[in-house]
Each structure stands twice: as C-alpha cells, then as structure tokens.
Design a binder for this molecule. Structure first.
Ligand code: NAD
Length: 287
C-alpha cells in the first residue's frame, strides 16, 4: 500500500461492468509503485447506461485517462474527441488519454500482440498471418497487423455475429492499407489448411482452449502445423492451451497470451505516464 499519496497524484480509471474480478488494478498499481510515479489506478463499475456520465466525470475531475472494457469498448468512441487510426478502423477503444481536456481513444490490444511478436524476434513486415476468430481480440490484432505492414491476413471464423461484423472492418483494411485481408468460414477445413500452409504466424483469438472449452483446439490435425510456423494463442489461462501443446510437439515456436496482455498494459502506461513498464519485474510478480 502506498503511503506517500498527496495532492499531486493523478487518477487513472478502468470503466467496465462487471469489473471487480479484474487483475489490472493490481498490475497497474504495482508498476506505478515500482516506478515511483504519482499515479493511482482504480476500477469503476460503469455499464453502458452510466458511460456518458462517467466520461463527463472523467473530464470534470481531470482523470489522466481510463482503461475501457466490456461492454463499453464500442460505445465509448462517440464520446471522445480524437480516435487513433486503429480505433477508427476497428470501432473499438480500450484506452482513453486525457491531454488537457482533449480525450483520445486508443486500442492497445493489437499493439500488445504485435509488440509480443517483435519482442520474440519475429519481424512481421510483409509477412502473412492466419487468425482464428473475428471478435474483439481478433479485430484488434488484424487492424494493428495491417497498419504495421503485414502483407496478408487470413481470418477464419464460425458463421456468427462476429463474422458479419468484421466484414466491414476487412473492407476498410483492404481500402485503406496495403494489406490483403480476407475471411473464410471456419468449417472450410481445406481452405484453412491452404492458408496456414503459406502463413508465417497462426493466431488463436477465440476462447477455444480456455474454460469452458479448455483442452479443445480449433486445429485438430497437428500436421497442419509446420515446424517453421509461429503459433500464438491470445489465451493466458491456461498458459499452455491444447493448440500450443500440439504446436510444441510439432516443433513450432509458441507464444501464449501473457505477452499480449503485458505489452498492451505497457502501451497504456506509456500513453498515460510516458514511462516504460518494467516488464520483467511484472512477469516476476505474476509468477
Ligand atoms: P469475443 O467474444 O469478442 O470473440 C470470441 C470469438 O471466438 C468470436 O470470433 C467467436 O466466433 C469465436 N468463438 C467462440 N466460441 C467458439 C467456438 N466454440 N468455436 C469457434 N469459434 C468460437 O472475445 P475476445 O474478446 O475477442 O476474446 C477472445 C479470446 O482472446 C479470449 O480467450 C480472451 O481471453 C482472449 N484475449 C486475450 C487478451 C490478451 O491480452 N492476452 C486480450 C483480449 C482477449
């Protein structure tokens, strides 16, 4: 517990509902303490009904910024003054920065994923990635990958609401970036095999592999996974999903969702405080 909180400390919020279970306050406050910087991070139960007033409150009280989580990531965009290109394209914001009353919306999920790859020594410029999923995480990753110079993104998803919703994002990416992006029904196994065959990275951005679907994988035939394919999973609990276990057995380099989570948090800290997060220290604290 910090004992030196004085009138100069700045508040950063987390607006979501439900939110009491979140590990972010602990992670963020641990980092602020370690860096000895005058910031405090608190979670606020804010649903869609309360969001407009919460944003007015953020402005009135001069919060330094706020993290935004479900169910507010899309709705919040209309209350902000500026949006980054990634937020413009994805329609989802998970971070607000308040710079002297001007609210800018960022999305650090895709930034976190791309940084995780870069930190693992994987250069994605002109490369190809296959993404399983079309929800929030998959959309953020596809948008950031396209903005960061990835050459081609093959998305696979079941024919649900997410499939329909991501189609307009894909259209924007094809029109506004040099990346070629396309989506196919996950049920088309031949096409999945074909797209993975010339991909550099495979990314699972669905909940398949974590509770209640722990022990399951959308890839069932391990021979699809060449040893030079980098296999990543957004899931961090469990640390090793069925997909990563299969990939490891095939000799692939694997990365779980911890890196994405840590680096997206680090990107938020950079935005709010200007500081570089002590990632190794955070990893140590998380065990
Ligand atoms: P979401 O609800 O927005 O999207 C879920 C996606 O999974 C959709 O594409 C849906 O079609 C697909 N899906 C769900 N059940 C399926 C099934 N049985 N078979 C095939 N596809 C199925 O969720 P999200 O926010 O995009 O999260 C997706 C995953 O990414 C979750 O596991 C989440 O924990 C993880 N995530 C990790 C980080 C991180 O920092 N590591 C950040 C965000 C999300």
């Amino acid at each position: 517990m910090r004992s030196n909180i004085d009138g100069h400390f700045l508040l950063i919020g987390l607006m979501a509902y439900p939110i009491r279970h979140s590990l972010s306050p602990q992670m963020q406050n641990t980092i602020y303490s370690k860096l000895n910087i005058p910031f405090i991070y608190l979670a606020f139960e804010v649903d869609q009904l309360k969001l407009p007033d919460a944003i007015k409150g953020l402005r009135a009280l001069g919060l330094r910024g706020s993290a935004i989580s479900m169910p507010n990531k899309q709705l919040v965009c209309q209350y902000l003054d500026k949006l980054t290109p990634a937020v413009e394209m994805s329609g989802a914001c998970n971070t607000i920065s308040n710079d002297n009353g001007v609210l800018t919306g960022y999305n650090t999920d895709g930034i976190g994923y791309m940084r995780m790859l870069a930190e693992a020594g994987i250069n994605m410029l002109d490369k190809k990635i296959t993404v399983l999923g079309a929800g929030g995480a998959a959309t953020a990753i596809a948008v950031q990958a396209a903005l960061d110079g990835v050459k081609e993104i093959a998305i696979f998803n079941q024919k649900d609401e997410c499939y329909t919703k991501i189609e307009s994002v894909i259209k924007k990416l094809n029109e506004q970036t040099k990346c070629k992006v396309h989506i196919t029904d996950l049920a088309d196994e031949n096409e999945l095999r074909k797209q993975i065959a010339d991909s550099d990275v495979l990314c699972n951005a669905t909940g398949v592999g974590m509770k209640p679907l722990e022990g399951q994988s959308l890839i069932t035939d391990p021979t699809i996974l060449r040893s030079d394919l980098v296999v990543t999973d957004c899931i961090y609990s469990p640390r090793k999903t069925k997909l990563l276990e299969m990939a490891e057995q095939q000799g692939c380099k694997t990365l779980n969702g911890i890196g994405m989570m840590l680096w997206q948090g680090a990107a938020q800290i950079k935005i709010w405080t200007g500081e570089d997060a002590p990632i190794d220290y955070v990893k140590e604290q998380m065990g």
